[in-house]
Design a protein around this ligand. Structure first.
Ligand SMILES: [Zn+2]
Length: 371
């Protein structure tokens, strides 16, 4: 087995601005933590630099018109029409260099897919990818170029079956839209319900159209959902659906903004459920393309991604600095002196309300898919 970790220091240093919640630096923190815990030093692992994508490849997900606008923005131009393309908002500011930056982040996801399709690579992780909100002609939700759509479209050119599993706290609207009428892509998104947060979509009734009917699966969850309820949903719905579909490649958007401390969402997960899910994913498909995504508590996100990388590669994290005088401590693992969080459980009437809401979603999907 061979695996690839995509990383570029230059891309990780890119700034969305001091007040913007999206910090590409998370990728650097994840890489450092992987090194510290000795999970990135196996012979079977390669660290690769993301390549830039040609216009022709970007067109798999975006319109020419939009790419022209993005290129001009990237060169430093500011103009009125950019707003029609979603640029110039608080979420998606006009950033110098954004075209080249996004194109390289997407380059890693795309090349990672090619490696999985062509070669004996089984695991790819691109912590600088996972821009699931970008639409065909519109930037949204901190996303400008939809690397996931580009990579999955490329896989369809090779006539492969893809499961796209999105465990980010937000609905994967950009990816859903691109494959809504497609039966070769199984789209599954588990997210905080759109009744409460952006992008306000991803209801259980959104299930695909035409030959894609039934291949889009949305699992909206109420605020304060904890590990216990989340895992139940995953085991009862997601696992049987993926087993049934039998993908050639599983693309996983493993954003970590579901975590209890995330400032932008209301789910209450710990990395105990997050890692259990990564373990399950590992058992569901030989070839896995994992990308970053949300995650606005950057240290906790780095821990999630370090653990995910270790699990996907079946290596055990060992703190190489443990017990050394003056060894650096790294963010919140100080609390528990482990990469794993303390377990957390919601109880009482609040839990009953959550359970009732989630049971309705589970029942609906069980019936809908004959599980
Ligand atoms: Zn998110």
């Amino acid at each position: 087995m061979h695996s690839i970790f995509y990383y570029s220091h230059q891309l990780a240093q890119y700034e969305f601005g001091p007040d913007h919640p999206f910090k590409p630096e998370r990728a650097q923190k994840a890489l450092e933590l992987c090194n510290r815990y000795g999970v990135l030093n196996q012979q079977s692992m390669t660290i690769k630099t993301p390549p830039s994508l040609k216009r022709e490849t970007l067109l798999l997900a975006h319109s020419d018109e939009y790419l022209d606008v993005l290129e001009r923005i990237g060169a430093g131009e500011i103009f009125q029409e950019m707003l029609q393309f979603g640029i110039g908002t608080e979420d998606n500011p006009p950033l110098r260099g954004i075209y080249e930056w996004s194109s390289k982040c997407a380059g890693a996801t795309w090349e990672g897919m090619i490696e999985l399709l062509d070669k004996d690579t089984d695991i790819v992780f691109n912590p600088l990818g996972g821009f699931h909100h970008a639409r065909r002609s519109r930037a949204e939700g901190f996303c400008y170029i939809n690397d996931l759509v580009i990579a999955i479209k490329e896989a369809l050119n090779y006539d492969r079956k893809i499961t796209y599993l999105d465990i980010d706290a937000h609905h994967g609207n950009g990816v859903q839209e691109a494959f809504y009428r497609e039966d070769r892509v199984q789209f599954i998104s588990i997210h905080e319900s759109g009744k409460y947060i952006y992008p306000y979509s991803g209801t259980v009734e959104e299930s695909g159209e035409g030959k894609g009917e039934g291949f889009t699966i949305n699992i909206p969850l109420p605020p304060k959902t904890d590990d216990e309820v989340y895992l139940e949903v995953f085991h009862r719905i997601v696992v049987p659906l993926i087993k049934d579909f039998g993908p050639d490649v599983l693309v996983a958007e493993i954003g970590a903004d579901t975590m209890i401390s995330d400032p932008l969402t209301d789910l209450m997960l710990t990395n105990n459920s997050y890692t259990e899910i990564v373990r399950e994913i590992k058992g569901l498909c030989r070839k896995i393309l994992a990308t970053g995504g949300g995650g606005y508590d950057i240290y906790r996100t780095a821990r999630c991604w370090t653990l995910a990388w270790a699990i996907l590669n079946e290596v055990e994290p060992v703190d190489e600095f443990a017990g050394r005088v003056g060894g650096m401590m790294f963010g919140p693992e100080m609390e528990v002196s482990s990469l794993y969080d303390r377990p957390y459980r919601v109880t009482g009437p609040q839990k009953d309300t959550i359970r009732q809401e989630v049971d309705k979603v589970i029942e609906y999907l069980i019936k809908r898919h004959g599980l």
